[in-house]
Write a protein that binds this ligand. Structure first.
Ligand SMILES: O=P(O)(O)O[C@@H]1[C@@H](OP(=O)(O)O)[C@H](OP(=O)(O)O)[C@H](O)[C@H](OP(=O)(O)O)[C@H]1OP(=O)(O)O
Ligand SMILES: Nc1ncnc2c1ncn2[C@@H]1O[C@H](COP(=O)(O)OP(=O)(O)O)[C@@H](O)[C@H]1O
Ligand SMILES: [Mg+2]
Ligand SMILES: [Mg+2]
Length: 316
């Protein structure tokens, strides 16, 4: 008579609390099925109702910032400390500010044989008087700059960016805003997706280079938004990410691992560009919480492997 190994058949409930549009893109039937075949039941959480009525959960994943949801999550967590929350809200909120998100990068000690990882030079303008008085007040940057809303909390406005070519262009901005030096980078942005130990790097379309000569003819500011989500035929005159060399694997894994520890987060992606004038210089320009994983090939495996690591871990 053979013994049945009970742990093999153990199932885990993973709750998800996401906006409706995120459920539509992320919780695809293929993910539900793949996870299900590997012992994970994905359970939709109603964030407007107390979680106690909806559990138990081995783990909760979430991307929602209403006060009601935060209250429900806090209450449930304090009564169910063994449920693993991916990720704690106070750590996620570090990514909701374009200054604090990049501070983690400057704290990293990445040892690369042939390369550096930095952030572009940037300053915060809280109001227009920060640059009206005098010549260089608060601005130690070279134009062009990219103006990005300081807050990056998932609203449409926080993705409304501007390329600004001169001081005049600054007058039309809304505040508070981050001014970040534009770096020519060959029109390609690398996106490093992280889900715990799972790491994947893809390349996407970006803003095209601005040659010095062309710069002399440009003034004011130009708006743009979510350029990396545009297909080649839709956006600008760039294109041609094919044939562009990917960053070294060691850089991708070290950066992912380092940021995961420094931020204390599991689910994020990092936008990285490579300086067109120095191919060993990489710059982190953006970090996003719980990004669009479904754009990855085999995202079902990527996410399920991550969830299996979590549910099998001792973390609580
Ligand atoms: O919707 P998607 O799939 O384009 O994903 C968005 C991300 O695109 P990416 O995976 O980096 O190409 C997007 O990344 P970017 O900021 O565009 O680099 C954000 O993470 C966005 O979330 P939020 O609006 O900042 O809360 C993500 O939006 P949500 O899906 O979380 O609403
Ligand atoms: N410092 C920079 N130099 C050159 N291009 C940049 C820089 N910062 C952003 N970009 C371009 O603008 C896009 C959007 O900027 P990002 O900071 O990623 O904002 P969002 O949060 O809206 O994605 C990037 O994907 C990249 O194409
Ligand atoms: Mg981005
Ligand atoms: Mg972003």
């Amino acid at each position: 008579m053979s013994l049945v190994v009970a742990s093999q058949s153990e199932r885990y409930r993973v709750g998800y609390a996401l906006e409706t549009k995120k459920v539509a893109t992320f919780i695809q039937q293929s993910l539900i099925d793949y996870a299900n075949n590997h012992g994970i039941d994905l359970i939709q959480i109603d964030p407007t109702k107390p979680l106690l009525q909806q559990g138990p959960f081995r783990c909760i994943i979430h991307k929602l910032y209403t006060q009601q949801w935060i209250n429900h999550l806090n209450q449930f967590s304090s009564q169910n400390p063994s449920t693993i929350v991916i990720d704690p809200m106070e750590r996620v909120s570090r990514l909701h500010n374009r200054v604090s998100m990049l501070e983690a990068v400057t704290k990293l000690k990445i040892s690369l044989q042939n390369g550096t990882v930095e952030v572009p030079k940037q300053v915060v303008l809280n109001e227009s008087k920060d640059f009206n008085e005098g010549e260089e007040v608060g601005l130690d940057l070279k134009f062009p700059v990219i103006a990005k809303p300081l807050v990056a909390n998932g609203t449409a406005t926080c993705h409304e960016l501007f390329l600004v070519f001169d001081r005049e262009g600054l007058r039309e901005l809304s505040f508070p805003v981050v001014l970040q030096e534009f770096v020519n980078h060959g029109g390609v942005v690398f996106k490093i997706y992280v889900a715990g130990n799972q790491v994947d790097c893809v390349k996407r379309k970006s803003l095209t280079d601005i040659p010095e000569e062309k710069l002399k003819t440009l003034n004011g500011l130009v708006p743009f938004s979510q350029i990396s989500n545009l297909r080649n035929e839709e956006g600008g005159d760039g294109g041609g990410e094919d044939g562009i060399e990917m960053p070294p694997e060691s850089l991708v894994t070290e950066l992912a691992k380092g940021l995961r520890v420094e931020l204390g987060l599991n689910l994020f992606n990092v936008d990285v560009i490579r300086d067109g004038n120095d191919p060993t210089r990489y710059l982190v320009i953006d970090i996003n919480y719980f990004p669009g994983y479904a754009k990855l090939t085999s995202y079902e495996t990527f996410i399920t492997n991550f969830l299996l690591d979590i549910v099998h871990s001792n973390a609580a």
